[in-house]
Design a protein around this ligand. Structure first.
Ligand SMILES: Nc1c(NC[C@H](O)[C@H](O)[C@H](O)CO)[nH]c(=O)[nH]c1=O
Ligand SMILES: CC(=O)[C@@H](O)COP(=O)(O)O
Length: 155
């Protein structure tokens, strides 16, 4: 039985990162986790491009630009959407998730969903490098696995 596995970094991998500036005290930690993980797995910082956008709602557009540029093997999307007192939270979450998923399918490259969606700031802090891990780092690991899986399948 042949089982495709995405374990080792192939040569010349380039990764794009789109990160939202809204809740920057959280998203900067997600970015740090993602970059640290990519570098620890052998990807040079020179092979990582980062684009900052105002908020999570703007992530899909820039993720699409990166994904369709042909320059990257994967795009990582990072944001922190924290519920407020109106329905705005639901709209931003839905459009960010839908846009990121659509971009991945349309472009054919992994576009990773590293947007944390929380009820409060404490939950966001827990997922940005404290007791619930770092969602940016997890996304980077997922990106590496997907890059290798695709290269293994496509030969
Ligand atoms: N409330 C949060 C937002 N809101 C801003 C939107 O993402 C968008 O930038 C604005 O509506 C202009 O188009 N963004 C987050 O990333 N996180 C939030 O908690
Ligand atoms: C996620 C949001 O858009 C939210 O932070 C906005 O807060 P509010 O719903 O109180 O306007």
């Amino acid at each position: 039985m042949n089982t495709f596995e995405g374990k080792l970094i192939p040569e010349n991998v380039r990764v794009g990162i789109v990160v939202a500036r809204f809740n920057e005290f959280i998203t900067s930690k997600l970015l740090g986790g993602a970059v640290d993980t990519l570098v620890r797995h052998g990807i040079s910082e020179d092979a990582i491009d980062t684009a900052w956008v105002p908020g999570a709602f703007e992530i899909p557009l820039i993720a699409k630009k990166m994904a369709k540029s042909g320059k990257y093997d994967a795009v990582i999307c990072l944001g922190a959407i924290i519920r407020g007192s109106t329905s705005h939270y639901d709209l931003v979450c839905n459009e960010a998730a839908k846009g990121i998923a659509q971009t991945s399918l349309e472009s054919g490259i992994p576009v990773m969903f590293g947007v944390i969606t929380t009820e409060n700031i404490e939950q966001a802090i827990e997922r940005a490098g404290s007791k619930a891990g770092n969602k940016g780092s997890e996304c980077a690991e997922g990106a590496i696995e997907m890059i290798n899986l695709i290269k293994a399948i496509e030969g």
